[in-house]
Design a binder for this molecule. Structure first.
Ligand code: FAD
Length: 328
């Protein structure tokens, strides 16, 4: 971190320690995405990913280093949007792993491990009541245990602290992807060890407690749920087959999601979602040379079946997100 400290400190907007600036410029303005990148960056280990990002006793304990605002994607926020630059886009289904859609996120991470691009991956598993649990997966088996979408905030970034010096891959929503890029730009430690960033398409995410309460009011016993999905504007819970328009969930959409316009995770190495692909397949957008190398390996080894993707449908969702989340 010595090199990091040498960087010029960013200008403050209020005359107090940097966490007080993050509070004034992002948290109190209710534009925090809850990506928790600041948690991974704070050398004092004081920032906590509670419901609202918080630093108890920051007035005393904040070391005033400025990393939290340097790495925050919402500091001086300019929303990212569009489909983003890409090398290729297709639909695919892993021949080795099952997942939320085509299991391609799991396949990409597993292949990256086999190729030696990464040693471990930060993935999001869950407990019996669907509370997301981010963890450092050190084997292909551990990666595959985390397949499937959990529709609530995951502490992917705080888990980075536990990854040590390994070559890391991580998976996250677009805000997490932006946070990972900020860490790489601003902190030597993370520039060295984050080797692969996979982005998930995302319209909105939820606080776990809110999602759980909402589903309970719909008569869902969360511990009996095997899969949650959003298909054609409907939130669906299986095997109960309870389904309702996702629009009804507007009341629990967190304020930080309401200013996000990045559907396609434009800063990722590879973005993956379901829209634009046929059922049972993942839509895959390959953006960087690292991403391309992994996809070439998957192709060469027959680890996936490929199909075409409907880019126009993805663009529709990209534009829809801009429309429903105007900023400022
Ligand atoms: C909150 C959220 C909203 C989404 N909204 C859309 C949408 O509107 N349209 C669309 O097309 N796709 C959306 N997706 C993506 C989609 O649900 C699938 O995750 C994607 O298609 C990949 O499927 P797969 O079978 O390839 O992944 P799998 O092989 O099943 O792997 C899924 C990976 O996602 C990770 N993961 C799961 N939940 C989370 C989480 N909460 N935070 C971070 N990482 C997580 C796991 O670590 C796992 O590695 C959303 C995902 C999330 C998490």
């Amino acid at each position: 971190m010595a090199g990091d400290k040498a960087k010029k400190k960013p200008p403050k907007i209020v005359d107090t320690k940097y966490f007080g600036n993050l509070k004034a410029g992002v948290i109190d303005r209710e534009i925090c995405s809850h990506c928790s990148t600041c948690v991974a960056a704070c050398p004092a280990k004081g920032i906590q990913p509670t419901r609202i990002i918080d630093f108890p006793n920051w007035e005393e304990d904040c070391t005033d280093c400025g990393f939290c605002i340097r790495v925050c994607p919402r500091w001086e926020y300019k929303p990212l949007n569009g489909i983003g630059a890409y090398i290729e886009a297709f639909a695919a289904r892993s021949t080795r792993f099952s997942g939320q859609d085509g299991g391609m996120v799991t396949e990409i991470l597993a292949s990256a491990m086999e190729m030696g691009i990464i040693d471990s991956a930060i993935v999001t598993g869950r407990d019996d009541e669907w509370k997301p649990e981010a963890f450092v997966a050190k084997s292909v088996e551990e990666v595959s245990e985390a397949s499937g979408t959990k529709y609530s905030y995951s502490n992917v970034m705080p888990a980075l602290r536990k990854a040590g010096k390994a070559k890391i891959g991580l998976v996250g929503t677009p805000c997490i992807v932006s946070g990972a890029r900020k860490l790489q730009e601003n902190m030597i430690k993370y520039r060295k060890n984050i080797k692969l960033v996979i982005g998930l398409f995302c319209t909105e995410n939820f606080h776990y407690d809110d999602l759980r309460k909402f589903l309970e009011l719909k008569g869902v016993d969360i511990s009996a749920v095997e899969k949650m999905d959003i298909i054609k504007g409907k939130f669906t819970v299986k095997p109960q087959d309870i389904s309702f328009p996702v629009k009804e969930m507007d009341e629990i959409v967190p304020s930080g999601c309401k200013v996000c316009q990045d559907f396609a995770a434009v800063q990722s190495d590879i973005s993956v979602g379901c829209i634009g692909a046929k059922e049972g397949y993942s839509a895959v957008i390959v953006r960087t040379e690292t991403g391309k190398r992994i996809i070439d390996y998957i192709r060469e080894n027959g680890h996936a079946e490929f199909d075409s993707v409907n880019i126009k449908v993805i663009e529709k969702l990209v534009n829809f997100k801009i429309k429903i989340h105007p900023y400022p």
